[in-house]
Design a protein around this ligand. Structure first.
Ligand SMILES: O=c1ccn([C@@H]2O[C@H](COP(=O)(O)O)[C@@H](O)[C@H]2O)c(=O)[nH]1
Length: 277
């Protein structure tokens, strides 16, 4: 999917919501456990109930890898279902990969070719040659960790290296790489106060922003400096939406949570895009 197609979808749905499909068998409704593939059945019900409210889905691969081969098969069925039923929706494999070049090439093939995701998250720690193999894929997107939502972000990412915080080095260096047009960045919603500085470095890039909801991040704070004239934001909520209820009507409960966020996003889009246009 091209970035322009993503932007068109955001404008049409008045939403930049990304729903995280982080399936934990201990949290899903009991009746689904009696089906052959509870993870896929859960995802399918959530997708069917929420696809009109969001522009992206983000399965975190940890929640599938934890269930071995059955988990990986459920991930494959989920991405195939999305690509067949809702090809307009942007898909993110939250896998946080990155290794020496030939290994990264295999990771890129796994997520972009075999599973046909639109994007994958990568860690920048191993540098340019570990990210380049992902960037080489046309109309696929590499979402690099910049400033993460967790407390541990302060252990390294905000430390000063050669006179500049490490996350700023990551942004400034990577934006010069070949195919940088295929780069997006992760910035946690819990770090909204850093967004003004981040936008000075990468004014045009898309940001994937997790941490709204269960982690305490705030949508309005993110939008204040995060929105750019291409919208430039995908705000993710996982637990806050998909575990709204563990009863039979869990999908409708999830849709209500998603709709609340979508409505808040609509207000922000109307406000910011009016100013920008
Ligand atoms: O900085 C980061 C990077 C990734 N994540 C992932 O996003 C979701 C957040 O889930 P919630 O339930 O909405 O808190 C999850 O998959 C994380 O691994 C992040 O939270 N922060």
């Amino acid at each position: 999917m091209t970035t322009q197609e993503l932007i068109e979808q955001i404008k049409q749905k008045k939403s930049f919501l990304c729903i995280g499909l982080d399936v934990d068998l201990n949290k899903i409704p009991k009746h689904l456990l009696e089906t052959e593939d509870p993870i896929f059945e859960f995802n399918k019900a959530i997708i069917d109930a929420t696809h009109h409210l969001c522009v992206a889905y983000k399965p975190n691969t940890a929640f599938y890898e934890a269930y071995g081969i059955k988990g990986w098969q459920a991930l494959e069925k989920t991405i195939n279902y999305l690509n067949e039923k809702h090809p307009e929706i942007f898909t993110i494999a939250d896998a946080k990969r990155g290794d020496i070049g030939n290994t990264s090439t295999m990771y890129a093939k796994a997520f972009f070719e075999d599973l046909a995701f639109d994007s994958v998250t990568v860690a920048p720690y191993m540098g340019k040659d570990s990210v380049e193999p992902f960037l080489a894929f046309k109309d696929k997107h590499t979402i690099m960790l910049a400033l993460t939502s967790n407390a541990g972000a302060f252990d390294f990412q905000t430390k000063t290296v050669e006179g500049k915080e490490l996350y700023k080095q990551v942004l400034e260096t990577s934006k010069e790489w070949e195919h940088a047009e295929n780069l997006m960045y992760v910035v946690g919603a819990t770090k909204a106060e850093y967004l003004a500085d981040i936008r000075k470095i990468i004014p045009d890039s898309f940001l994937l922003v997790p941490g709204v909801g269960a982690q305490g991040g705030n949508l309005q704070d993110v939008c204040k400096y995060g929105i750019n004239d291409r919208v430039g934001l995908l705000i993710n909520s996982s637990r806050g939406i998909i575990y709204a209820s563990n009863q039979e009507n869990f999908d409708q409960a999830a849709a209500l949570k998603a709709e609340k966020l979508q409505q808040d996003m609509k207000v922000e889009l109307d406000r910011h895009l009016e100013v920008l246009n």
